[in-house]
Design a protein around this ligand. Structure first.
Ligand SMILES: NC(=O)CC[C@H](N)C(=O)O
Length: 251
């Protein structure tokens, strides 16, 4: 099995490294025709406006939309989630082109600016049911988006509590008067809809391989009859390489 990783900008090398640890080949995708050689695609985190400009420059949007429509598995992490959303708010003036397909509305910088980036323990019952391991994963949120509305076919895989001030700052539209008196409400940070998987955080920056394993199981069995399924042999939840979150790509 060969997994494509959109390699215009952002953390594509980190995704390819995790795939390698799972014994799967990840290849960089920069041109539309390269999508013909892969059965699934990861769209990494980075800066969605920059990525969109580069995707436009390389005329990638029609091929990416076709890939999604064909039902091939696509996983968007962070900026990749924004790319997959049918609707994004909080965009730069003029907006940006999206691939779409995921029936949701995403707030582009829901949690604030770069300095509001954070790590947290995120309960992931849907992933644990398939992958086993501890009940939560270490989740790295870097100037992260959040999903504020989902359609009926979207399965929520993870959500996190946010303080009312966070909600008010980032998205007054979803805070009613009654809710403003409560201290906490939740936003969605991971979803699945058919062939599409999306996470607002960065599993590729931790040692926990369960999200990648989960995604690989969405890839249909390969032609020679061998299963595309890989197993997670070890789950180390420590996120040690803090330098990752200082990468200049996440401006
Ligand atoms: N870490 C990320 O991918 C950040 C995404 C960023 N919020 C954007 O709009 O592009």
């Amino acid at each position: 099995m060969v997994v494509g990783v959109l390699a215009l900008q952002g953390s594509f090398n980190e995704h390819i490294a995790v795939l390698k640890r799972l014994g799967v080949k990840g290849v960089q995708i920069r041109k539309p025709e390269q999508l013909q050689n892969v059965s699934s695609l990861i769209i990494p985190g980075g800066e969605s406006t920059t990525m969109a400009k580069l995707a436009e420059y390389h005329n990638l949007f029609p091929a990416l939309r076709e890939f999604v429509k064909m039902g091939k598995p696509v996983w968007g992490t962070c900026a990749g989630l924004i790319f997959l959303a049918d609707k994004a708010i909080g965009q730069k003036t003029g907006g940006q082109e999206l691939i779409g397909g995921l029936d949701c509305t995403v707030h582009r910088n829901f949690f604030g600016s770069q300095i509001q980036s954070f790590e947290t323990e995120l309960p992931i019952p849907g992933i644990v049911a398939k992958e086993g391991g501890p009940p939560s994963c270490r989740a790295v949120f870097i100037r992260a988006p959040a999903i504020i509305e989902v359609g009926p076919d979207v399965e929520v895989l993870a959500d996190i509590p946010v303080s009312s001030s966070e909600t008010a700052n980032s998205n007054p539209a979803i805070q009613s008067e009654e809710e403003s008196t409560k201290s906490e409400k939740k936003v969605i940070v991971a979803v699945k809809q058919g062939n599409l998987l999306a996470t607002a955080f960065h599993p590729e920056l931790t040692a926990d391989t369960r999200w990648h394993s989960y995604f690989l199981k969405m890839v249909p069995e390969v032609e020679d009859g061998t299963s595309a399924i890989v197993s997670t042999s070890s789950v180390d939840l420590t996120f040690t390489d803090r330098s990752m979150i200082d990468l200049p790509i996440f401006q």
